[in-house]
Design a binder for this molecule. Structure first.
Ligand code: SAH
Length: 315
């Protein structure tokens, strides 16, 4: 049987920041295979964790892995954007710490059937939640040329977006593009050889862009941060690990806004806004993995961890 191995990224740093206390309630908004939650329980078993994920398969692995903490663990199949609703169902009002570890799990990436990877052949799928309708196949084969270019530019920051999409549109005229290998090969052929990087597959950006679009990842993050912050008890910490610059920018801007005491335009002679400081940034610069962690766990390479403590006075 396939056994996923997903080493949690920056786990000791996350645990240190969340600093679990006996009796506390913590949310792992992207529990995946349960690596970070396990690290939290290992430090302080007398906590309760609400573990959320869009991926049912991941939840069933997490359930097995964390079986010894079953009485203190609530697993929920949902998007972290719906956190508030699910906490209410569980009778929880505020939580004492929260983690979002964005990106993909090994379970998703290593299983060709899920269609996340350009390294193995599989259907063009990329859904985190397999009960969702929209797949990468729909996007690649049905969107207009303009819409596709937009996705590759915005979510993949792909400078050859136009050329790649032109090739996609030409190819799909004679039949649908159905597999990851078909798409990866097309991208490889389209980006001129001299622009291929040694350590990065030419299709990396295209696949990232499609994944972000299929799962509406940036909008979810934007909305999820708002909800998460609302559910956080005063004096508690929210930590977010991101894996590309678009996500990191959203987290950084959100934390900066929360830390401001005034949002008046500088031209005003005095402050007329009611903005209060809502939290304190705990990571002036994002925390990144050590060289050793990057060597041992190549998936951690792009990780950036940012955290903020909600103000005592903020509700
Ligand atoms: N920290 C985990 C790994 C998380 S990988 C561990 O140590 O094992 C990221 C996970 O986030 C994936 O399982 C993915 O399905 C999930 N995910 C992505 N977007 C989500 C969303 N909007 N709501 C809930 N889970 C999400």
């Amino acid at each position: 049987m396939y056994k996923p191995r997903h080493v949690p990224v920056l786990a000791s740093e996350v645990v240190h920041l969340l600093d679990p206390k006996p009796g506390g309630i913590y949310v792992d908004g992207t529990i995946g295979l349960g690596g970070h939650t396990q690290a939290l329980f290992a430090l302080e078993p007398r906590i309760t964790v609400v573990g959320i994920d869009l991926d049912r398969e991941a939840l069933s692995y997490a359930k097995k892995r964390l079986a010894s903490f079953a009485s203190r663990l609530h697993l929920v199949h949902a998007s972290y954007t719906d956190l508030q609703k699910h906490l209410r169902i569980l009778g929880i009002e505020k939580v004492d710490g929260l983690l979002l570890d964005l990106g993909v799990s090994s379970l998703q990436l290593d299983n060709p059937e899920r269609g996340f990877s350009f390294r193995a052949n599989g259907p063009l799928d990329m859904r985190m939640d397999t009960s969702q309708h929209l797949t990468a196949l729909d996007i690649v084969n049905n969107l207009t040329e303009k819409e596709l270019v937009d996705i590759l530019f915005r979510y993949g920051e792909e400078s050859f977006a136009r050329e790649i999409v032109r090739a996609i549109v030409a190819t799909r005229k004679s039949g649908a593009i159905e597999t990851t290998t078909q798409l990866a090969d097309l991208v490889c052929r389209t980006i001129p050889k001299r622009f291929h990087l040694r350590r990065k597959h030419p299709a990396t950006r295209t696949f990232q862009a499609l994944r972000v679009a299929v799962n509406d990842e940036l909008r979810n993050l934007q909305n999820g941060l708002q909800t998460a912050f609302q559910c956080l008890a005063p004096d508690s910490v929210i930590a977010v690990i991101s894996f590309h610059s678009l996500e990191d920018r959203i987290v950084k801007r959100f934390f900066h806004y929360k830390a401001l005491d005034c949002i008046c335009p500088p031209s005003l002679p005095e402050c007329v806004c009611d903005k209060q400081v809502e939290g304190k940034i705990l990571t002036r610069k994002p925390i990144v993995p050590s060289k050793e962690e990057m060597e041992n766990n190549p998936r951690s390479r792009a990780a950036k961890l940012r955290a903020m403590r909600k103000s005592k006075a903020s509700t």
